[in-house]
Each structure stands twice: as structure tokens, then as C-alpha cells.
Design a protein around this ligand. Structure first.
Ligand SMILES: N[C@@H](CCC(=O)N[C@@H](CS)C(=O)NCC(=O)O)C(=O)O
Length: 320
């Protein structure tokens, strides 16, 4: 994939400020905050900020779910990027009927332009989601966990729905689970996809499925949501990865051995969240399939690495 290096659209990894493809979900480079009291220089105001998202991207979907559940549509508008990431320009607007134009008021043709408007010498990935300040014409933040925290906390007075997806007493538990979801599930699927040896593949799939087993057990014991009776951002993170599991990660990221469908409690959990209309509207398989199966990037081929068949029990059943 291409990156910006000193403001130039370039092949290959940028400086070490951007973490590796494997093991970690890279952290956004802009980490500023909108605040209710304006002390950060970014005061909360209706229609001042804008979200750039792709419906294909699980990290963007974290933001669109929280945006929808808190009722922010009237005060924080969206631009939807074209799901097909292109080598020549990265994330772009308006190249198919699936995307919008730049609704942030800058007339950008690609997301790269928003990064360069914020920092002409920017080095790093041009990623979604992005929280943009229309007044200062700069990116406030491009890290989904920060963005959903701000939408829930700082934008709350502007929201049409009074909901709290990140309740104070549960924060430490939510943060700990989110950290593991990021590493073991959202990032974990990339570890499997990128494994270059059988040992690395076995380790990565073992970790990934170990985490899913744990979530499966938690839901069985606690439910209906991961932390009990109310939906939180911890559910949002897990949901956005799981909706892509069987349609994308299994076939394309070559996750062998088990599918989401093999986890009954997790499958019921995904269905439960999907039954919430505001969440269902954010699940756009037209965007998801176009992005993963028809973009200018792909998972490199990998000969000789095979799935673990331990869980495929039918061929072990006694005959007759
Ligand atoms: N840390 C980021 C990760 C976002 C991310 O990886 N977005 C992907 C799309 S799903 C992206 O835009 N990738 C483009 C690139 O890495 O060049 C977050 O959680 O917001």
C-alpha cells in the first residue's frame, strides 16, 4: 500500500512512527480532541466538525455506529469514501455511486488532500476514520477509539439520543477489553493473513480463536452484551470485526479451521446487534465486498501454509 512520506504519495513503509502491519492496529497520527469547554482549541459546536468514513472499514464503522446510536446526524455530517482503495490516490470520493462527494466543504477528491491540508509534510498512512474541523480546515483526530470516545462524551449534549455507551463505572473494564479486541481480533486477523510460516500462522490462528472462545464463554455466562445488560463500545468493536469474519476474513485472510458460524453465542450476539436498526444501517456489504475483493491491494499469496483441521470433526467420526 502507499503512504505519505514528507507529504509525497510513496510506495513502502514510512518512518517507524507508523507501527508494523502485523500484530498491531496502527494508531492514528492526529490525536487532538474536541472538548465541551473548548480548552483543547476545538470547542464543541453543532455542524463545525465532519466525519470522513468508509462503510467498508471496521474502524470507520465503530464511528458510524456510535454516531448513529447517539443521534448526531443533525450536528455532525459525513462523507462516505468510495469503497475501492486505489493505488494512484488511496481513498477517493465520487468515483462510483457508492460514495458521496466531499461533504466537508473543501471539495477534496481524495482523503489524502485532507491530510495534506492538515500537514503539508505529513508522513504516515492515509486512513479512515477522520474527524475533520471545517472551521480550522484541519484533521482533529484519525484514531477510531479516540473518535468514538469523543462522540460519546464530548458531543453528548448535541446528540438527539441520550445514551451512554462508555459508562464511567465500566470504563476500566471496557478499555482492557478494547485493547485485547484491537490486538487479538481487529489486528489478529491481519496476523493470520500476513503469517509467513506455518508456525506464525498456527500461533496467530490459535490466538485469534482463543480470544473468540473466551468471548463465546463470556456471552454464555453474562450476556446479552459483553459486559452484561447494556450495550457499550466494547460490543461495537467486537461486532464490527465479526460482521466481516465469514464473508471476508475466512476466505480472503485465509482464516482456516473455524468460522463465526461455529460460535453459537457470538453468532447470536451479532444478530442481536444487527436487530438494532441504527446499527443495521451501518452494515453495508456492498461496500465491504467491493473494498476487500476489488481494491488495488491484496493479501500476498502464501504457498504451503495450511489450516488446522482439529475442529473439522466429521472425518474423525467412527464409521457405520
Ligand atoms: N488506528 C486506526 C486504524 C484505521 C485503519 O486501519 N483504517 C484502514 C481501513 S479499514 C485504512 O484506512 N487503511 C489505509 C492505510 O492504512 O493506508 C483506527 O482505529 O482508526
Amino acid at each position: 500500500m502507499k503512504y505519505l512520506i514528507d507529504g509525497k504519495w510513496t510506495d513502502g513503509p514510512p518512518s517507524q512512527s507508523v507501527s508494523s502491519e502485523q500484530g498491531v492496529v496502527h494508531r492514528g497520527s492526529f490525536r487532538r480532541r474536541v472538548t465541551r469547554d473548548g480548552s483543547s482549541g476545538f470547542p464543541i459546536e453543532p455542524n463545525r466538525y465532519h466525519l470522513y468514513v468508509s462503510h467498508a472499514c471496521p474502524f470507520s464503522q465503530r464511528a458510524t455506529i456510535v454516531w448513529a446510536l447517539t443521534g448526531l446526524a443533525e450536528v455532525l455530517d459525513l462523507s462516505i469514501l468510495d469503497p475501492r482503495w486505489v493505488q494512484s490516490d488511496g481513498w477517493v470520493f465520487g468515483t462510483s455511486a457508492l460514495s458521496t462527494n466531499d461533504n466537508g466543504g473543501s471539495g477534496f477528491a481524495s482523503l489524502r488532500q485532507a491530510y495534506l491540508a492538515s500537514d503539508a509534510k505529513f508522513t504516515g498512512r492515509v486512513s479512515v476514520p477522520v474527524l475533520w474541523d471545517k472551521a480550522m480546515r484541519t484533521i482533529v483526530n484519525n484514531e477510531s477509539l479516540d473518535i468514538i470516545g469523543m462522540l460519546n462524551d464530548e458531543f453528548a449534549p448535541l446528540g438527539a439520543v441520550k445514551s451512554d455507551l462508555y459508562p464511567g463505572p465500566l470504563r476500566a473494564t471496557i478499555d482492557a477489553l478494547n485493547d485485547r479486541t484491537n490486538r487479538l481480533l481487529a489486528g489478529g486477523v491481519y496476523d493470520v493473513a500476513g503469517a509467513e510460516s506455518q508456525a506464525a500462522y498456527d500461533l496467530a490462528t490459535g490466538r485469534l480463536f482463543g480470544f473468540l472462545d473466551e468471548l463465546e464463554q463470556t456471552l454464555g455466562e453474562r450476556g446479552p452484551f459483553l459486559l452484561g445488560g447494556t450495550i457499550t463500545i466494547a460490543d461495537v468493536l467486537v461486532f464490527t470485526a465479526l460482521v466481516r469474519f465469514d464473508p471476508v476474513y475466512v476466505p480472503l485472510f485465509r482464516i482456516g479451521g473455524r468460522r463465526l458460524a461455529d460460535f453459537p453465542a457470538l453468532t447470536a450476539f451479532v444478530r442481536r446487534l444487527f436487530e438494532i436498526p441504527e446499527i443495521a444501517e451501518t452494515v453495508r456489504f456492498d461496500h465491504i465486498l467491493a473494498h476487500y475483493f476489488d481494491s488495488d491491494w491484496s493479501i500476498p499469496p502464501r504457498r504451503g501454509i495450511v489450516p488446522n483441521l482439529t475442529h473439522m470433526t466429521w472425518h474423525k467420526a467412527p464409521r457405520g
